[in-house]
Design a protein around this ligand. Structure first.
Ligand code: HEC
Length: 413
């Protein structure tokens, strides 16, 4: 170990903190509390796909998974976060383990995953099991009727419309966020679309969807508030389109009822809110050849006014393997804004800036999406098919969703 220079430490030096003989109680449990238990607990909240298949609260629960845990953290598959390493620190909702944490877990597993002294354990983490993750909503919209997800269902994606009658929504309100709660265990995702009166970027793909995606529940995304002061206008009398996706093993006795619900959180009526656009840079006119490994679909949009970006949500289906957003500024400078080298359909993650990031008029954003239609892709249901745009998970999509706003300009331009 190097200890400063001649003992005169002018700069604080941080040494790697990987214990020689890590134990569960002293070294591993604190890492799990901090990074895993929000999802891996017995009664996980039923929001946003944060329903992990097993708990990692106590030694007896963790021990049988020790090898799998070492593998998942080494491959950086858990905790789920797929931006490339150079984006460490860029997005506010990042989940990642430090290399020291990973090394601690791996060393602990290599040495036999010992419990250690129970007295070393930190206080057990507590999680509120409150009904709504974000607190009581201003408006709750349930599916109008219970939906029967029958025994035969493996994947089913009904679209359910709900009109915002005066009873539900007497006046227009600005949405801060939506918390979607799956009711049946087979709820895989919920996406809510509404007419967004501020939608201005008319992309072919957005036009085809007709509506803006205004939020919902998708695997791995915590319900989070939009950046302060930014919102989506919900119009009284408008119709929400709720896209449900149920997914389970089919079989006798697996049918279940569902009445999922949405909690809306609004800004106060007198608050000044900047409208956001939620639109993809996307295209529908692609075809991915059978057996092709790295097929790239690229699309771009040049913004004619100054704008600011709140977040990105790359969306592909089972063959999606990588996504990249690149900005070209009017002076020709290029910058990769987000690189997801290992895209995984199971995790529909948002990448959120802490504060909206501003770009000048004339900025071009290009989205490159890579698809693996080869038989090396374990998620590929059928490599022998040419694949086009379509709604089913076995079709494809190439949508580089973005939440953005037009920048408020003051004074003279
Ligand atoms: C956002 C929620 C979430 C967080 C945070 C999370 N997990 Fe998971 N984990 C899941 C879900 C959901 C699954 C099952 C789906 C899957 O395997 O992709 C899973 C699966 C796993 C598996 C099983 C993989 C297999 O072999 O099937 C392991 C092991 C695991 N997680 C460990 C961890 C560890 C260790 C952490 C923290 C360092 C962690 N997870 C953090 C949600 C989470």
């Amino acid at each position: 170990m190097i200890v400063g220079i001649l003992g005169i430490a002018t700069v604080p030096v941080v040494f790697a903190e990987v214990p020689d003989q890590p134990t569960f109680t002293k070294d591993v449990l604190p890492i799990l509390q901090e990074n895993c238990q929000e999802c891996h607990r017995l009664k996980p909240i039923k929001v946003s796909g944060m329903v992990a298949p097993f708990a990692l609260m106590e030694y007896k629960e963790v021990r049988p998974w020790a090898k799998a845990i070492a593998k998942e953290v080494t491959e950086r598959y858990m905790p789920p976060w797929f931006a490339a390493e150079e984006f460490h620190g860029v997005f506010r909702n990042e989940r990642s383990l430090s290399q020291d944490d990973i090394d601690t877990i791996v060393r602990w597993v290599d040495q036999g995953a010992k419990r250690g002294n129970p007295a070393d354990a930190p206080e057990p983490a507590t999680f509120s099991n409150k009904e709504w993750w974000l607190g009581k909503p201003d408006l709750v919209v349930e599916l109008p009727e219970k939906v029967w997800v029958s025994d035969e269902v493996e994947d089913w994606q009904p679209m359910i419309n709900v009109t915002l009658t005066p009873d539900l929504l007497p006046e227009d309100r600005w949405i801060k966020t939506i918390e979607a709660q799956g009711d049946a265990t087979s709820v895989h995702h919920i996406v809510v679309y509404s007419e967004n009166p501020h939608q201005e970027m008319r992309q072919e793909a957005a036009g085809a969807l007709g509506y803006g995606n205004i939020g919902g529940l998708a695997p791995g995304a915590e319900p989070s508030l939009l950046q302060d002061g930014y919102g989506i206008l919900l119009k009284k009398g408008s119709t929400l389109r709720i896209s449900m996706h149920y997914h389970k093993e089919p079989g006798e006795g697996t049918g279940e009822w569902d009445q999922s619900r949405l909690g809306f959180y609004f800004y106060d009526k007198d608050e000044d809110v900047t409208p956001i656009n939620i639109e993809p840079i996307g295209r529908m006119d692609f075809e991915i050849p059978a057996f092709k490994k790295d097929h790239v679909v690229s699309m771009q949009h040049t913004f004619d006014k100054p704008f600011e970006v709140l977040n990105f949500l790359p969306h592909m289906h089972l063959r999606g393997s990588a996504a990249k957003y690149t900005a070209t500024l009017p002076n020709g400078d290029k910058e990769v804004l987000l690189d997801v080298p290992r895209y995984d359909y199971a995790w529909q993650l948002y990448y959120e800036y802490p504060e909206p990031r501003q770009f000048p008029a004339g900025t071009k954003i290009q989205v490159d999406m890579t698809f693996d239609n080869s038989d090396e892709n374990p998620n590929n249901p059928d490599p022998s098919k040419n694949i086009r745009f379509g709604p089913s998970t076995t079709d494809e999509m190439a949508l580089g969703w973005m939440y953005y706003s037009w920048t408020e300009t003051t004074g003279t331009d």
